[in-house]
Design a protein around this ligand. Structure first.
Ligand code: HEM
Ligand SMILES: *[C@@H]1O[C@H](CO)[C@@H](O)[C@H](O)[C@H]1NC(C)=O
Length: 323
């Protein structure tokens, strides 16, 4: 907003000072022509400014997953929980800094659940060393999601980049993240709010093909004497592989989450999500191509681009706090 009013006043008044500011700002907007307003995300965004970005992110994840095989699953979930709360702006990564910043990490869907943050810090550290101030934390999550799926045997896609990092959190939005206890129509509504349709919902929940779940969230709700935080595999057939076995689990009634099972078993599913579950269960390639397309759609939720937001130096903090 501030920049577009600067454009019009520059045109009208030919203010030299304003033009100087414009030039300075244009220099920061890598790959985005400043005269045409916000450009879209692009897969080549860092090609000139940080050509090693993808490989740096990949190397850190590869190193870290040796001691933490669950990590790829945890990382893709961070991108989901970021994008579903005021867009893919890395708001999820901000730590508490009260009263200004109330972290999204402490809401029900994230607390003692979202994980992988120290690895995001390592990725950011490596990127800051290679190309200081260039790669956003929001883009780190998008890259990490794709790399994680690839490392687990899933599909590849061309990650769109150029997101910038927000300077606010949205705790109310985080409380509204999809819950494992939401009925199908609520899940559909929460996805539709971001322009994600039934195919996106079914494809993206396919990410439960890997990773873990605390038994307190499962349909079984733990067994006798099992502590609530006991970890189980989300996909009990191929727990660490990104494949389409998850959909088969729904047919044998072995989905861990009620929010998984409803896509097949809800009375309304027969004419909405269930046929898509059938398709993906029967054709892994169909699942893979739809998953990739849906990840790109999810990654496009309200990114900050151009001169909005900032490139955080530390993913846990906004820049202008003087730390
Ligand atoms: C439809 C709405 C969704 C619901 C209700 C949901 C719910 C959950 C729950 C309850 C857990 C277990 C958390 C815990 O035990 O601490 C979980 C884990 C996970 N979710 Fe989802 N999820 C949804 C969609 C997604 C999407 C869209 C993705 C990614 C594209 C995703 C990826 C994952 C992964 C990979 C894990 C395992 C994480 C780990 O092991 O650290 N989920 N989800
Ligand atoms: C799971 O079981 C615990 C202990 O019995 C109970 O307190 C909790 O409300 C149950 N959760 C659900 C979602 O039913």
């Amino acid at each position: 907003m501030a920049s577009s009013s600067c454009f019009s006043s520059a045109r009208l008044l030919l203010l030299a000072a304003c033009c100087g500011v414009l030039l300075a700002m244009a220099g920061h907007a890598y790959g985005h022509p400043p005269s045409n307003g916000p450009a879209a995300l692009s897969s080549t965004f860092y090609d000139a400014s940080c050509p090693g970005a993808y490989n740096i992110v990949r190397r850190v994840i590869q190193d870290a997953r040796v001691s933490d095989p669950r990590l790829p699953a945890s990382l893709i979930r961070l991108h989901f929980h970021d994008c579903f709360v005021q867009g893919c702006d890395a708001s999820l990564l901000l730590d508490d800094d009260l009263p200004a910043i109330q972290s999204e990490k402490n809401v029900l869907g994230n607390k003692n659940s979202a994980r992988g943050f120290p690895v995001v810090d390592s990725i950011k550290g490596a990127l800051e060393k290679a190309c200081p101030g260039v790669v956003s934390c929001a883009d780190i999550l998008a890259l990490a999601a794709e790399i994680s799926v690839d490392l687990a045997g899933g599909p590849r896609w061309s990650v769109l980049l150029g997101r910038r990092d927000g300077t606010t959190t949205n705790v109310e939005g985080a409380k509204n993240l999809p819950s494992p206890f939401d009925p199908l129509n609520m899940l559909q509504e929460k996805f539709r709010n971001f322009n994600l349709d039934d195919t996106d919902l079914v494809a993206l929940q396919g990410a439960h093909t890997f990773g873990r779940v605390q038994c307190q969230f499962t349909r079984e709700n733990c067994t006798a004497r099992q502590p609530q935080g006991t970890l189980e595999n989300l996909d009990q057939v191929t727990p660490n592989v990104f494949d389409n076995k998850y959909y088969g689990n729904l047919f044998s009634g072995r989905a861990q989450l009620e929010s998984d099972q409803v896509m097949l078993s809800d009375p309304a599913a027969a004419v909405t999500t269930a046929p898509i579950v059938h398709r993906f269960a029967g054709n892994q390639q169909d699942f893979f191509s739809n998953f990739a397309a849906s990840m790109i759609k999810m990654g496009n939720i309200s990114p900050l681009i151009g001169r909005d937001g900032e490139i955080r130096k530390n993913c846990r903090r906004i820049n202008n706090k003087g730390y």
